[in-house]
Design a protein around this ligand. Structure first.
Ligand code: 5GP
Length: 194
């Protein structure tokens, strides 16, 4: 998506450890009209699917998931990273390795909000090695629901998670795919569409 690629080139900052910071518009400060364009495009990409729910993971997926949900007119469920005392005991549970924090998180979703009747679009802000999305797919599988697709804002293609998911048959669409990036020159090369 040209709009997102241009925004990354203008406002993205490459940090060490292959981390791209887009916190001025996507996942810390949120440029809502801009993210609305991403949500609209995700709705266009998955318009042929009978989606009745969006699933994401706290915290940075929530913004884009909520904006996309306005276009799908469906609720958003976000997976929580630990089971707090006010969390239901009846939960789907998985473990997800956090790319940005280098640690394993326990992740839960209440069984009240996901069931075998659900047709789910999974959304996240970033895709690197694919652990977050694999965990969310696992949660939908536990619920007996159907993963209709996975929508991502920024895929770092060189880390391989996206290609692994596609090879496994996941209906994945990323709005921008980064082929390579260089922290020294703050330069980004995008994958061109086949
Ligand atoms: P994965 O599980 O695919 O390895 O990593 C995806 C998760 O890690 C996303 O939920 C995202 O929050 C975080 N993440 C991975 N790479 C980046 C990055 O370059 N920048 C930011 N801001 N988050 C990232």
């Amino acid at each position: 998506m040209k709009l997102l690629e241009e925004k990354i080139l203008k406002d993205g900052v490459i940090k060490s450890g292959n981390v791209l910071k887009v916190d001025s518009f996507l996942n810390h400060q949120i440029d809502v009209p801009f993210v609305a364009e991403l949500g609209k495009e995700l709705q266009r990409q998955f318009a042929d699917r009978p989606i009745n729910k969006i699933l994401t993971i706290e915290a940075s997926g929530i913004g884009i998931a909520c904006v996309a949900a306005m276009y799908f007119q469906v609720p958003v469920v976000f997976a929580k990273k630990s089971s707090g005392s006010n969390m239901d005991k009846d939960v789907y549970f998985t473990q997800i390795y956090s790319y940005t924090h280098s640690k394993m998180n326990d992740v839960v979703v209440s069984k009240r909000f996901l069931s075998k009747n659900d047709h789910v679009l999974i959304i996240d802000d970033f895709l690197a090695n694919g652990c977050a999305l694999e965990g969310l797919i696992d949660i939908v599988r536990q619920s007996g629901g159907t993963v209709e697709g996975v929508g991502v804002a920024v895929e770092k293609g060189f880390q391989g998670g996206g290609d692994k998911l596609r090879a496994a048959g996941v209906n994945l669409h990323s709005l921008a795919i980064i082929e390579s990036m260089d922290a020294k020159t703050n330069s980004v090369v995008f994958r061109t569409e086949e």
